[in-house]
Every structure is written in structure tokens, then in C-alpha cells.
Design a protein around this ligand. Sequence first.
Ligand code: KG4
Ligand code: ZN
Length: 338
Amino acid sequence: MKVLTIETTCDETAAAVITDDLEVLSAVVASQEELHQRYGGVVPEIASRAHVQRILPVIDQALRQSGQKLADLDAIAVATTPGLSGSLLIGLTAAKTLAALSGLPLVAINHLQAHIYACRIASGREVFPCIGLIASGGHSNLYRCEGPIDFTPIGATIDDAAGEAFDKVACLLGLPYPGGPAIEHAAQRGDRTRYRFPRPLLADAGRLDFSFSGLKTAVRYQVVGVGKLPESLSLSEQEVADVSASFQEAVVDCLVGKCEQALLQTGYTTLCVGGGVAANGRFRQRLEASSAERRYTLHIPPLSLCTDNAVMGAIAIERLRAGLIEPLDLDISPGLVR
Ligand code: KG4
Ligand code: ZN
């Protein structure tokens, strides 16, 4: 079996062709980073328009790279939730058109579940049952994952997502978008103990939720001061590095801590981590140390499978196997999914 997967939930236009034994025949990602950089975040209207321009060349390239024609495939899969409405609609419209033209079945992908499934693809072996953490620009969610199509939410952020906090703090510090890689880079020369920022909800071990909004505000008060505007900010390079390192450590403490609490509460012994923030070197290092100390199996995909991509859409093969095929009037579901 071979499936074409399409991903347009946010600001990457991506397509891939994957076999049912998870061989990646092609993988194409067209990033829009440079379009959104000057705004310090993703502008939905710009993202939709860029997807319109890129979707057909990206699909075309994925098919050509894979050496497959549409007629050689067994299904068309597309991420339909969650994401930006306009962006999701471009991917879904392309997928529906291809499915209608070819008569191939249409399969829906939950983008969050796909981020966890990236661990299955990267590891090349079974990862379920596991605890799944997604830390991305829009989500910080914990799941109990019984199997590839059986996810139960057990925790989520009550305000900002981890990646969103990185992006907002980077903006405050005058660092470029996306903020995660910029903060990680600045933090390399910083002292992570210089500022003691809060670790919201971490001490509440019975609750598997996250909260990053207060942490972001604490950074703002620390570096800008109460009642002052960030425009008046004049931090030395060392101060930016120290704030970055201290902030990054606080986010990592919360993420690693809640994963440990989730494993302890459920008795699960495998952790799968996905989403853009999982590309963070300090986070990966701390997770490795935690898994060695607490003796659980850790799966984190390589960086290219942490940020948005279409390869993780291979989760569609599991749905296809389970007979979960969608009608051609399939709709998007943009809302924040737990
Ligand atoms: O999963 P993703 O590519 O898109 C969403 O579904 O949101 O995640 C993007 C988020 C952004 O907030 C970005 O700043 C963050 O992931 N990110 C990072 C790193 N690379 C990307 N955060 C921390 N450290 C990184 N190295
Ligand atoms: Zn994502």
C-alpha cells in the first residue's frame, strides 16, 4: 500500500508518499518562515495565500520524487484538525480533488496524533502503548496512547502553548521568529540559574496540565519592569542570553516534570514526544537524562520530524487499515483539540 499525505495546518506546505511498512518514498516541505518573520508570528491570511501558491508544486514534487503516479497510490490523506481554517481548507480541497479525480479513498489525519506517530516512524518499531506529549506552537498536550488510533487526553495547557511562550518571549527580547530556535541559540551562551522564573502547576503533581502565560509575564516583569513598555528595553547580549537560558530551563522543567508525573500516574513505561519544541536541544538532553534515571523508554523523532511535516501523516495508514475512510464532504475542524 502507498499513501499520499498532505499537511497544511499552519505555515508549512508539505506532502509525502509513504508505504504501509512505513518506508518514506518522498517527503517535501515548503516553509513559509520568511513570510511571517517580520510580523513575529504566523499571519493566517498570508499563510492561506502561500499554501495556495505552493500546494500543487509540493504535491507534484512529492509524487515525482517517489516515482509514483496518482494511479499507483492506495489513498489520499490530509490533516484536517487542528489548525488555521484557511490553511486547513487549502490542503483539504487539494486532497478531495485528487480523491475525486482518482477514485482513491480519502483519509483524515489528526495533526496532533500525527506528531506522536512521528516517533513510530523514526524508531522503526512499535511505540504503543505510550504516554504522548505534544509541545508545539499551538499545543502542549499529554495523551495516554493505547494504540495509533486510540488517544485519550490526560492533560493540556490552560493558556499559552510551550512554543507560543518561546515565540512571545523571543519577541520581547528582540529575537527573530520563530522564537524557539532563536532562544535556544541565545541560551547556549547564557546562565540558566541567573533568573528564577516560576514553574506553573509543576508542584501540583495530581494535575497533568501546563500553564505558560504566567511564566511569560514573569519574564516580561523581570526584563522590562512593571508598567514599562518593551520599547524602552535595552538588554546587553549577556542579559538576553541569561534570560533565554533561564526561561528555557523553566519551560523544560515543566514539560519534563509533567511527563514524569504522567508516567508515574499511569504506570506506562514508554514516552513519545513530538511537536516543534521537541527540536529543542536542552529539552532533548533533559528527557534523555530523565529516561535514564527513571528507566522508561523515550522516543523523540529527529528534528525534521519534530516540526510540521507530511511524513508523520503516515498515521493515516493505521486508519486506513482500520477502515476509517472519509466521505468527500469531509470538513475541517480548526478548533483547539485536546
Ligand atoms: O509543531 P510545529 O512546527 O508547528 C505547530 O504545529 O505549532 O511547532 C512550532 C513551534 C514554534 O512555536 C517554534 O518556536 C517551536 O515550535 N520550536 C522550538 C524549537 N524549534 C521550533 N521551540 C524551542 N526550541 C526549538 N529548537
Ligand atoms: Zn504541528
